[in-house]
Ligand binder design. Structure first.
Ligand SMILES: [Zn+2]
Ligand SMILES: [Zn+2]
Length: 582
């Protein structure tokens, strides 16, 4: 097996990294000059001609020789050349593979300390990646109705609604266009918010990375280190210490991707950070195993494993234990036999994603702020406004806040009631804290929120308000109020009662719901989504039943249900739709 580590620089070697870059030409001339000391000018000229031919033919690549790598660093280009040779990178234009995959539901844990819950299996999973056309398409079959139609796997439980209706699912990216299709002949739906991430996945495959690291502007570097084995459940394992090289390159002008090159010059792991509304600069990594010969000197991994978040079994210093987000075994691999992927017209012509806020007045001084997949509810008090739920992300939250300021111009948004700690309901908490609100949440969430969400750790990939304009309150303000069983906000006239949803048992721990006794409005998230479930689902569901029980046990008599997903409906309609006893 080839030694993967070469700490001494290969002097005078060439790589394509800088060829098209600003310094490319100068560097090559300089290299030639430095290698041809003592040769006659015509020899130099001949060398230049030969080099030109070789470069044109793709045989020789050029980087910046003569620059001594910084201490601790090594020349990345010989490493890339060896990995390209070992994996057959230059021969590979596109790849297709299939098998069975698994899907981790990022941010949907019942309790924060556990791994991402495993979703329905991805049956008949297949994927085609075309490195030349910058496209990737994934197809699989999955049980309907249990996931948002927009959700592939891992991060991106964005929508909540609408739910996946058909078994066959397609998720595709071509350049900066991304889309998904529910069903075999469903209408493609543009997914601009994930295009960047899905494109990044192409360049985080082993072959994609080597191609990307040799592109102009990649600012490729490399270091070496001794890598210990992974930590087991009970302690460290150190039996398989290996010297590895980590090659680092900037991908898509934004992501600094690190690739671990191991024995045999194989890219075994790629890692970067991606912006996430809850976790900030979130760890994002792929691991590759079970390499197979696929012809033409190309090898490709059949074993895929992906992490969203750190694989932190020990949970120090983090609270969230989520990491495994996707993977599987895809042993059926074919190289260089792909049909081009066309971007559907509806996707190409789709307007840019916008956070449209639609307001409906539920009572005097009470509004449902909808227009998207998740609602918020604003309640006006004598001296302040309270808002229930800060879903999705900062953009959505700022749009909602602007609307609330239109409705109630001169009162501070003093409280943000957070129903539960699922990430699609959390993405705006930092925004509300920044605008001056105290977060009211179940006591179970305090440690997680304080240590990972409501803190000063800068978010560098997509800086938010807290990162850009850090408020003093995070360290010394009234940022959070814990609810155990019941908490009341009021002004002497109007009251907002906040209840812990007891006996839920599924979905999440620490769920809250809210009630306005004067207006007889109950506000809930994910317990009942009006009109969302198909007719063949037995009713009431467990969450609907728990919702009903909690309303009755607390002696509430609602006239209206204001949900976080869907439109407000009369309590009678809830009883009818969910077939509850009266
Ligand atoms: Zn939820
Ligand atoms: Zn939800």
């Amino acid at each position: 097996m080839d030694a993967p580590v070469e700490t001494a620089r290969a002097k005078g070697s060439f790589s394509l990294g800088a060829w098209f870059g600003a310094v490319g030409k100068k560097v090559i001339l300089y290299s030639i000059a430095s290698r041809t000391d003592g040769l006659r000018p015509e020899c130099v000229l001949m060398s230049l001609r030969i080099l030109g031919l070789l470069v044109a033919a793709g045989f020789v690549t050029a980087h910046a020789p003569g620059q001594t790598p910084a201490p601790g660093h090594i020349d990345p280009f010989p490493v890339l050349d060896r990995t390209a040779e070992a994996m057959g990178v230059d021969q590979l234009g596109c790849i297709s593979f299939s098998g069975t995959g698994y899907a981790g539901m990022v941010g949907q844990n019942i309790e924060q300390s556990s791994d991402w819950p495993l979703g329905e299996p991805l049956d008949d999973y297949s994927r085609t990646i075309d490195f030349e056309r910058r496209t990737s398409v994934e197809r699989f079959r999955r049980k309907p109705v249990l996931n948002p139609a927009s959700w592939k796997y891992g991060s991106g439980w964005l929508g909540g609604t609408p739910l996946q209706q058909r078994e066959q699912q397609t998720f595709a990216v071509a350049g900066s266009d991304a889309w998904y299709v529910d069903g075999i002949d469903g209408t493609p739906v543009a997914a601009p918010e994930v295009a960047d991430l899905w494109q990044l996945d192409i360049w985080m495959t082993p072959h994609g990375f080597v191609k990307a690291a040799r592109m102009p502007g990649a600012e490729t570097t490399a270091i070496w280190r001794w890598e210990l084995g992974e930590s087991g459940r009970d302690g460290a394992t150190t039996s398989n210490i290996q010297k590895v090289i980590v090659v680092s390159a900037t991908v898509l002008d934004k992501y600094r991707v690190n690739a671990t090159v191991r024995e045999g010059n194989i890219v075994q792991r790629t890692q970067t950070r991606v912006p996430h509304p809850v976790l900030g600069d979130m760890n994002y990594e792929h691991e590759f195993t079970s390499w197979q010969q696929v012809g033409d000197g190309i090898i490709f991994p059949a074993g895929w494993h992906k992490h969203d978040g750190w694989d932190d079994e020990r949970q120090v210093p983090l609270i969230t234990g989520g990491h495994n987000s996707f993977g599987g075994n895809f042993p059926d691999i074919t190289a260089n036999d792909c049909t081009p992927l066309a971007v559907p017209d509806v996707v190409r012509q789709a307007p840019p994603a916008d956070h449209f806020v639609e307001t409906s007045k539920l009572a005097e001084g009470v509004w449902l702020l909808g227009g998207g997949s998740h609602n918020s509810v604003a309640v006006e008090f004598a001296g302040y406004v309270a808002i229930i739920e800060a879903p999705l992300n900062e953009r959505r939250s700022l749009a909602v806040i602007d609307k609330v300021v239109e409705l109630v111009p001169d009162k501070p948004i003093r409280f943000l009631v957070n129903t539960h700690d699922h990430y699609d309901h959390l993405g705006g908490l930092r925004t509300y804290l920044h605008i001056g609100a105290t977060i009211v949440t179940h006591q179970r969430n305090r440690l997680f929120y304080e240590s990972e969400l409501l803190n000063y750790v800068p978010r560098t990939l997509e800086p938010d308000m807290v990162s850009l304009y850090p408020p003093t309150e995070i360290s010394e303000g009234y940022t959070m109020e814990d609810v155990d069983e019941k908490y009341i906000l009021g002004d002497g006239e109007r009251f907002l009662e906040i209840y812990y949803v007891q006996g839920l048992g599924i979905h999440v721990e620490g769920m809250l719901m809210a009630y306005l006794p004067g207006e007889r409005i109950v506000i809930e998230a994910d317990l009942y989504d009006p009109g969302l479930l198909p007719d063949d689902i037995p009713r009431p569901t467990e969450t609907e039943h728990a919702f009903y029980n909690n309303v009755i046990q607390n002696g509430l008599s609602p006239a209206l249900v204001a949900p976080i997903h869907g439109e407000a409906v009369p309590w009678e309609r809830f009883l009818e739709e969910t077939k509850q006893d009266r």
